[in-house]
Design a protein around this ligand. Structure first.
Ligand SMILES: [Zn+2]
Length: 439
């Protein structure tokens, strides 16, 4: 093996006292007035680890990636004094401000001003405060084989504006890190702020002592994944209820979304939504896919794969009537995505009406409409896009109340084993040729 490993410098903070954040560090921290009408009145979110006295939140930036930043510091490859040079990083599209930004109950899990800190907090940054963006907005071309296939089959037509002849769709995309206003998050979940703080403290192994020692800090940068938005058409149109909006809110499923695993409908539904978004933009509307990093119903992939095995090995085979029960056996709950926080991003975009919601989930529908956004038509996944092994999932969900324009399966139907066994052969009784080990 070549010894071309980058030499590791000594950790930047190997000497000196540990910088505790669990007690107030001074009077230089600027207050945050959540939901204030302007950025100046709201105040910046300061999660810096370098100047303790400036911090006005619990936690650090970048969600779960804060742990990798710590590794980089520990390995000596990142100076903990590093300040981002934000030259030319400003958003490609103007989002807001929208009326929802100054409603402290409409948005509780992201910082609406997080994309424009360089402008709205220019004075504070010049005064030495380390204020980092929690939102970034850019433009991209997205190229998906399903969209190329839709063009080949005549369902989509390149227009040179939203969809190129090459099959590339033109998008504006935004990345959003979580910023939680704890009193508002507690109200969404119907618990007290004290109970929420205590559970967050204890269930992260005491990772953030300020949750229980600093009741003066009510904003938390949690170590969880964020969201990515893909907008087809003009992002400014999202806030205009007169412009037809096609939207899907999609929760991460790495196995299907990226690798094409056929046990669920995640990728086919996602690409169907993108097709609908492009068609909507071409009709003069706008399309939105909001993608949340909540892998495997926010249970994580290890739990998800354990559940797959439990489903496929149970007596009677993989049946829809046991679909949720098997998850609950392993995880203790059926689902931990808790759609209560999901509508925040829609309010950040100023959305008041979704004309076509590309989702069958009653939990997503209830959360969106419950937050005051009108929903017109609900668009189900076309039957021909459901992989055979994913029939169990779809039957279980429609029986549990998911939207469907078709028949709801009855109890007998739900007991039929439809999922492939772990040792299954293909329909012709032969090993799938792709399963043959590499020579
Ligand atoms: Zn999936």
């Amino acid at each position: 093996m070549a010894a071309d490993v980058t030499p590791v410098r000594p950790p930047a903070r190997s000497a000196g006292h540990i910088r505790l954040t669990s007690h107030s560090g001074g009077h230089a921290a600027m207050p945050i007035t959540w939901g204030a009408a302007t950025a100046a009145e709201r105040g910046p979110v300061v999660g810096t680890t370098t100047t303790r006295g400036h911090r006005n939140v619990v936690g650090t930036h970048s969600g779960s990636y804060g742990v990798y930043r710590a590794l980089a510091v520990a390995a000596g490859s990142l100076s903990r004094e590093h300040r981002a040079d934000l030259t030319n990083t400003s958003p490609t599209d103007v989002i807001g401000p929208h009326p929802q930004w100054s409603d402290p109950e409409a948005i509780v899990s992201l910082d609406p001003w997080g994309g424009t800190v360089v402008d709205v907090f220019a004075d504070e940054i010049a005064a030495g405060y380390d204020i980092r963006p929690t939102i970034a907005v850019t433009k991209a071309h997205v190229i998906l084989p399903e969209i190329a296939d839709a063009i080949a089959r005549g369902r989509l037509r390149p227009d040179g504006r939203f969809l190129l002849a090459s099959g590339a769709a033109l998008v504006t995309k935004a990345a959003i890190e979580p910023v939680w206003y704890l009193p508002g998050v507690a109200r969404r979940f119907g618990c007290t702020e004290a109970d929420l703080r205590r559970a967050l403290f204890e269930e992260t192994g005491g990772m953030y002592p300020e949750l229980v020692t600093r009741s003066d800090l009510d904003v938390f940068l949690p170590p969880v994944g964020g969201q990515t938005l893909y907008v087809f058409g003009d992002a400014a149109d999202l806030a205009d209820p007169a412009v037809e909006l096609t939207a899907r809110v999609h929760d991460e499923c790495n196995g299907s979304d990226v690798f094409g695993s056929d046990i669920c409908t995640c990728r086919p539904y996602l690409t169907h939504a993108i097709e609908e978004c492009i068609l909507g933009a071409q009709r003069g509307g706008v399309g939105l896919v909001a993608y949340s990093r909540k892998e495997g119903r926010a249970l994580g992939e290890v739990t998800k794969f354990l559940v797959y095995n439990a489903r496929k090995r149970q007596a009677g085979g993989d049946t829809a009537d046991q679909y949720f029960a098997r998850t609950e056996c392993v995880a203790g709950v059926q689902d931990m995505r808790f759609q209560e926080l999901m509508p925040d991003v829609l309010h950040w975009l100023g959305i008041r009406k979704i004309h076509r919601l590309v989702s069958m989930s009653n939990m997503k529908y209830d959360a969106i409409t419950g937050s005051g956004i009108d929903v017109g038509e609900r668009v189900n996944i076309p039957d021909e896009l459901v992989p055979p092994d994913a029939r169990v999932e779809i039957d279980a969900k429609t029986a549990a109340g998911y939207f469907t324009p078709g028949p709801v399966p009855d109890a007998d139907e739900l007991k039929k084993a439809k999922g492939r066994r772990l040792d299954a052969l293909d329909a012709l009784g032969a090993l799938d040729p792709l399963d043959v080990p590499n020579p």
